[in-house]
Write a protein that binds this ligand. Structure first.
Ligand SMILES: [Zn+2]
Ligand SMILES: [Zn+2]
Length: 256
């Protein structure tokens, strides 16, 4: 691995570690590009305070800290400033407005819920086709904005109903990603945590469609950055399906 685009910090309130320690680990593991993608602040109405994101009032410090580190480390590693962001249609414009004053490089799409955090988490088992339809529709609509660089954990949606229904919608998802030139992420947090993703059934479809893959650490602790054992597992996983793994990805500018 030379580039990782999926990194969290203590700022999202469920990860640990400060930016500098993540950067030092990235350098020690030989990375040349280190992208931070902490969970984006989301301007929900009624003052709803999310428990797993950077808070709105903490956003400035996140960006300023990374800007200073980007400068300090510029001869040793390229630091990218990004966000892992959902696509919630009702809040999307307000979210972009919130980020607009800041200098940042990219967003990855991590669709953890449908519409907002009041619905059930994407990893909760679901059997109803109506939900997977909406989930995939929302992901594709988000990607079609052109603002997302890649799709994080594309297989987080835990549909446990009819396999033909899963195939139909995930094929639609994979074909959409391919046509929009969006890589799909092999998520090392899920792989090492033995979660239901990355899933064989999803990557069989991605292989059939011919998606490009990217390995993402989804680091929530400093030790997760380019962890050699996790990387080996990720590469083996990709090789099993003959997936093309991109070493670096082309950033899509979210400010255009
Ligand atoms: Zn997280
Ligand atoms: Zn993440």
């Amino acid at each position: 691995m030379i580039a990782n685009y999926h990194t969290h910090t203590f700022r999202c309130h469920h990860a640990s570690g400060v930016e500098r320690d993540y950067i030092e680990k990235a350098i020690a593991e030989g990375l040349t590009v280190m992208g931070f993608s902490d969970h984006v602040p989301m301007p929900f109405p009624d003052g709803h305070q999310s428990g797993f994101r950077i808070r709105i009032e903490e956003l400035e410090d996140y960006v300023r800290t990374l800007q200073a580190l980007r400068e300090e480390y510029k001869d040793r590693i390229e630091i990218l400033i990004g966000f892992e962001a959902e696509y919630y249609p009702a809040y999307f414009d307000a979210m972009l407005d919130l980020l607009a004053p800041y200098d940042y490089d990219y967003m990855i799409l991590g669709q953890h819920f449908i519409d907002n955090e009041a619905s059930s988490y994407a990893a909760t088992p679901v059997t109803d086709e109506a939900y997977i339809t909406r989930y995939v529709d929302q992901v594709l609509e988000g990607l079609s904005t052109g603002k997302y660089t890649y799709l994080a954990h594309p297989d987080v949606y835990n549909f446990t109903g009819d396999e033909n229904v899963y195939y139909k919608h995930m094929k639609r998802l994979c074909e959409g990603c391919k046509s929009m030139n969006i890589p799909v992420e092999i998520n090392l947090l899920g792989l090492m945590g033995k979660r239901h993703y990355p899933s064989d059934r999803f990557y069989r479809i991605a292989a059939e469609v011919g998606n490009d893959a990217v390995i993402g650490c989804d680091a929530h602790h400093v030790k997760d950055v380019a962890d050699p054992e996790a990387l080996r597992a990720g590469e083996e996983f990709a090789a099993k399906y003959g997936l093309r793994v991109l070493e670096t990805v082309e950033l899509k500018n979210p400010k255009k």
